[in-house]
Write a protein that binds this ligand. Structure first.
Ligand code: UDP
Ligand code: MG
Length: 318
């Protein structure tokens, strides 16, 4: 078993790779480690570069080439599956993250007992158009997840091996790995201020759409981590609420009518009362929520992973 696995997802980063590998080798001299390059369908010479690095250092380099560009999450997932080191480090391939940080990240996992330590690019070298939305996004993520991190999406992170084997990074969920880890019980999550360099070669692979997609994913993950095993508790609660409000509306209308009749006043048609339409709409929506809840329950009951719980310890009899 190696001491460290360095997982590096990359997409069109040919200029950076050999420099990065040399830097890692320099920093980790004398240690036992592997470097896992996951080429996420690059269209430049990145794969040739990975092959060259693997030839030069067959003992340490693992190369995985995806058949097409699936996205950074897929790259990380493949890297996690291949990783064998006691501590797993992820870093971007673009030389923005510094391998010098690895030692301290590893120490925090091994000695301070963290499951996951996330880098925090306190001083960023990115354009303002990126840093300001990033602050908002991090605040929203803290609020949804209850995890006190400043920089959820930092590419530089360290994990205990069990953590990367337990989580599944799908879609574009690489932005929320700490939440994924917490949802399977690894909640000792720490943070470390790291140096951040400006991009030296190539260009960023994510544009402004990252914030819209990131926000949608945050809603999904907030919902999934709480209700994926009991969706009816979410939809049913909404349905009941709508139903009760509507029922109150109808009762109010009926009561008004009865009082009018009792007092011998002329009564209005219910279609002339605005509360009628509000209540009617509420009923229809409430029913929709219920039906959605039932459908969601049926789907989640068929989930092949429905019994995949993360067991922390298990004492067996002799
Ligand atoms: N990346 C990837 N697949 C993609 C997009 C990006 O593997 O579809 C890699 C990229 O090569 C880099 C890391 O993910 O190693 C972070 O990407 P980038 O530097 O473009 O993001 P930024 O630093 O702008 O947030
Ligand atoms: Mg970058």
């Amino acid at each position: 078993m190696k001491e460290l696995s360095i997982v590096i997802p990359l997409y069109n980063e040919e200029e950076s790779l050999s420099e990065l590998k040399a830097w890692i080798d320099r920093v980790l001299k004398g240690r036992s480690y592997e470097v896992i390059f996951v080429d996420d369908g690059s269209r430049d010479g990145s794969w040739a570069e990975v092959q060259r690095l693997a030839e030069a250092d067959a003992e340490r380099v693992v190369g995985i080439r995806m058949a097409r560009n699936y996205g950074k999450s897929a790259g990380l997932q493949m890297g996690f599956q291949a990783a064998t080191g006691r501590v797993v480090i992820t870093m971007d391939a673009d030389l923005q993250d510094s391998p010098e940080e690895i030692a301290e990240l590893e120490r925090k996992i091994l000695e301070d007992g963290y499951d996951l330590v996330s880098g925090w690019k306190k001083k960023r070298h990115d354009p303002l158009s990126k840093t300001i939305p990033t602050r908002l996004y991090n605040a929203a993520t803290r609020w949804v997840s209850g995890i006190e991190l400043h920089d959820f999406n930092c590419g530089l992170k360290a994990y205990r091996l069990e953590v990367v084997k337990a989580i599944e990074v799908q879609g574009e969920m690489h932005r929320y790995i700490p939440i994924l880890a917490k949802s399977v019980g690894f909640d000792r999550i720490g943070e470390q201020v790291v140096q951040h360099q400006a991009r030296k070669y190539g260009s960023s692979k994510f544009g402004l759409e990252r914030f819209i997609n990131g926000f949608l994913d945050l809603m999904t993950i907030g919902f999934m981590s709480r209700f994926s095993r009991k969706p009816m508790h979410f939809f049913g609660a909404l349905g009941v609420m709508m139903f009760l409000v509507s029922l109150a509306g109808f009762s109010w209308i009926a009561l008004g009518k009865l009082i009018s009749i009792w007092e011998g006043n002329p009564t209005r048609n219910i279609t002339e009362i605005s509360a009628f339409y509000v209540s009617l709409t509420g009923m229809v929506f409430g029913l929709q929520f219920f039906l959605t809840g039932f459908l969601a329950e049926m789907t989640s009951r068929n989930d092949t992973k429905r019994h995949d719980y993360q067991v922390a310890e298990h004492i067996k009899k002799q």
